[in-house]
Design a binder for this molecule. Structure first.
Ligand SMILES: C[S@@+](CC[C@H](N)C(=O)[O-])C[C@H]1O[C@@H](n2cnc3c(N)ncnc32)[C@H](O)[C@@H]1O
Length: 184
């Protein structure tokens, strides 16, 4: 089990991250939101793909979900990656995003929304992700257990071109990656 956890974190998770971000045709100037950004895996990779854009990470910094996560930790990682000039973080809840409607070209989230314990809370978080996505923008999600429910909800909200991966086994739990587009 320990070996599988190491393989998942060191090898498989970076593969999932790459395939998650590969779903978007990057122009390089996108405004990106990373929901549940933790120590910055998605946010930093997105900042590299948007050298003329801007990335915002938001997190509640729950130690129980990710040891050592904090604004200082992600900032240090962004500095080390050379993207600190275009990455900021906010403290906030995915269920009540502190941004106006249609703020972001890309809204991404990886292994975060499942941490909301109740289905109603996860539904609210997906509705919030949809609200802050600009028309023509894309939502990119990888999550364990509930990702297909998120995609189904986004379809009812009007998302198009929903592309769902085959099941992906990370840390011994099945997950799915998908992209969904908000019509322009
Ligand atoms: C397993 S970590 C994943 C971090 C990062 N996305 C990654 O893939 O490395 C889950 C993150 O979601 C955050 N989180 C959990 N519930 C949240 C909520 N309701 N709103 C915002 N962030 C939340 C946790 O604090 C934690 O940093």
């Amino acid at each position: 089990m320990a070996a599988w956890m190491v393989v998942s974190s060191r090898w498989l998770k970076p593969q999932v991250l790459k395939s998650l971000l590969d779903q978007h045709a990057w122009r390089g100037d996108e405004a990106v939101l990373d929901i549940g950004c933790g120590r910055g895996l998605v946010a930093i990779a997105a900042a590299r793909r948007a050298p003329h854009g801007y990335v915002t990470g938001i997190d509640l910094w729950q130690e129980v979900d990710l040891a050592g996560n904090s604004p200082a930790a992600i900032h240090a990682n962004a500095v080390a990656a050379g993207v600190a000039d275009r990455l900021t973080v906010d403290t906030g809840d995915a269920r009540a995003l502190p941004y106006p409607d249609a703020s972001f070209d890309v809204v991404a989230s990886m292994t975060a929304i499942h941490n909301i314990p109740d289905a109603a809370g996860r539904t609210t978080a997906i509705a919030e992700a949809w609200r802050v996505t600009r028309p023509g923008g894309q939502i990119l999600i990888y999550d364990i257990r509930h990702a297909r429910a998120y995609a189904a909800q986004l379809k009812t909200l009007g998302a198009v071109d929903i592309r769902m991966s085959l099941p992906i086994l990370l840390w011994g739990v099945l997950g799915w990656r998908f992209a969904a587009t908000k019509p322009a």
